[in-house]
Design a protein around this ligand. Sequence first.
Ligand code: FNR
Length: 383
Amino acid sequence: MPVVTSIEDLKRMHRARTPKMFYDYAESGSYTEQTFRENTTDFARLKLRQKVAVDMSNRSTASDIAGLPVAMPVALAPVGLTGMQHADGEIHAARAAEKFGVPFCLSTMSICSIEDVAEHTTKPFMFQLYVMKDQDFLAAIIERAKKAGCSALVLTLDLQILGQRHKDLKNGLSAPPKLTLPTLLDLATRWRWGMGMLQTKRRFFGNIVGHAKGVADPSSLMSWTAEQFDEKLDWDKIARIRDLWGGKLILKGVLDPDDARIAADFGADAIIVSNHGGRQLDGALSSIRMLPHIVKAVGDRVEIHMDGGIRSGQDVLKALALGAHSTWIGRAWLHGLGAMGEAGVTRALEIIRKELDISMALCGERNVKDIGPDNVMIPRGFL
Ligand code: FNR
């Protein structure tokens, strides 16, 4: 077993163990991947301020997210096709998150269904919804999330139309995958991954297959999904979803201060400053650069979360310093899952918490709630 000390180590293991088609799906952005890259490189531009001769004993990374206590201000972002990175991946990730004490959010486009995850966990998880045109499907899936006891609905607003990722098209990523000779050879050599997939008893894309009209098996899923994303999404529709749901509502994919003002007026419980991990609008600014503008616009009115580019506890600290109440990670936990299943997700969380704890201490902070603008140097031109 190699010594794993960073998210980068998990990423390398993920790459080695998972078929190229699914690894590339995770580790890519839309078009030129500029926004995908800048999500991480912009974190590196921010510098932490070291403090000395400050009492750093009795530290705590504990916080809260949308009213729930958490071990650290980091949640597992919704990720589609997680069960293709590792068999039963959503269940593994949800269990790791609940044991660690951070929220897990299940994607609409997950392999394991809401019911599969509920059956294998003991604490409520969050559910992420894409707004689909089929109103019966929407009402039914919201009911299923309620029945499963989901703690919040995360409504994703930045995917009314799909951003294009070149690698997915070239790899033939579809449901079921297009099986060319190189793909078949690649799948055949990832025997551990393959054994897991053969053993899983799940219905693939269990949130949709067998529940949406005309989607009896995964082969019809991709075309159904592509035409179901609601290009006419507006705030009236979001209000209708809020009424159907009736619980905590988190709006994901807000990247512009004007939209953030509308979301705050709307009364969202929280917003997630996000560009979908650089998978949608290529050419948009990184989430960490947009964060201070949104904090300035609505920081006193709504709980502000952010995601995009977080690969370490130092990154979490920087996001908190720029005003985020909490953060979400996508690829960081996905690399853990692809590398080692539940143990890998746990390892990713442990790595990030330790990095956050040590970096906080060296910045002279004992409590995440005390982290603020004094902890970072912002380079010229960043804002
Ligand atoms: C995502 N993301 C995403 N978001 C969402 O609301 N629903 C989804 O189904 C997915 N699917 C998805 C798949 C994959 C492979 C990735 C990498 C991401 C976006 C995700 O929730 C989050 O916004 C980003 O992953 C954050 O960026 P980092 O942490 O991956 O850099």
